[in-house]
Write a protein of this length. Structure first.
Length: 289
């Protein structure tokens, strides 16, 4: 029994690291730019397709393709912020919601048209390998993905807390008007925030490829869990989103193990409702300051 629970917890932590990259991107955009990006999952899908084609055309390992997907999607985020989102920012949230939702549908249907609904996979030398510790089974590909995800999360935390640009982003998230009075250019900060968020989504896509299939609807699975993590960890709280993602991964894995194969998300949503019933502001207790 102990080994079964421990194995479920390990599996949950490993997939929770991927959830964390997506949810941190969502909460970063919300915290700084004050919009909800419904298209975040589609950028995970784009990252997966980039890694897939780099692997099949040039033999580049998905882990190495991080050095392509992250810069490409960072630039995409800057351009989307500058040419699209910047034009709908204002007191009314509806244009922002419709814009990101329309972008999600556009990318999804473009993927269906270009790549069809077929599943695409990449098999690496470590895709089927695993570490055996006692009676526990730790897939090597998922362990690598978790390690890189935690590394990127740590680097983001350092960026936000130790660099001038990171501090400017935190200041803009707290009070945009006061930040402008202090000489901070909000457009520059918003472009960087969206670029980082999409780069994290692209990184999640690359890390998923050795053990997960790419298809046009794959992003919707991860963006749904990301939104749950963002709400559970408190809107705008990066550390809260990270902790919530790991908790959700464990809850989902335990649900699959002990309740049923299709009950993982039911357990996660149950945990969300129970948490918000007793702590409506989420685990972070309020927006990050």
């Amino acid at each position: 029994m102990f080994e079964t629970v421990a194995q479920a917890v390990i599996n949950g932590l490993l997939i929770g690291g991927i959830y964390a990259l997506v949810s941190i991107g969502v909460t970063l955009i919300f915290g700084v730019v004050k919009i909800v990006n419904f298209a975040q999952g589609e950028f995970v899908m784009i990252g997966m397709y980039i890694s897939f084609f780099l692997a099949h055309q040039y033999g580049i390992d998905p882990l190495l393709s991080l050095f392509v997907t992250m810069p490409v999607l960072f630039v995409a985020g800057v351009l989307i912020q500058h040419f699209l989102i910047r034009r709908v920012l204002g007191p009314n949230d509806m244009p922002q919601i419709f814009l990101t939702f329309a972008l999600s549908l556009l990318l999804l249907n473009l993927a269906l048209m270009l790549f069809t609904a077929n599943y695409r996979t990449v098999h690496t030398s470590y895709s089927d390998e695993a570490f055996h510790v006692g009676g526990l089974y730790i897939p090597e590909a998922k362990l690598i993905a978790f390690g890189v995800a935690m590394l990127l999360s740590g680097l983001l935390w350092l960026f936000l807390h130790t660099t001038d640009l990171g501090k400017a982003m935190r200041a803009a998230s707290q009070n945009r008007d006061v930040a402008m009075l202090m000489g901070i250019n909000p457009n520059r900060v918003f472009c960087v925030a969206l670029g980082i968020a999409l780069a994290l989504a692209g990184a999640a896509g690359s890390l998923l490829m050795p053990f997960y299939s790419a298809y046009p609807f794959v992003g919707q699975v991860f963006v749904l869990m990301a939104f749950v993590a963002v709400v559970l960890g408190t809107l705008g709280n990066v550390m809260g989103a990270l902790v919530a993602s790991l908790m959700m991964g464990i809850a989902e894995s335990l649900g699959i193990q002990f309740v049923g194969a299709d009950s993982g998300q039911i357990v996660v949503f149950g945990m969300l409702l129970l948490t918000l019933a007793f702590k409506p502001t989420g685990l972070g207790g309020g927006r990050a300051r």
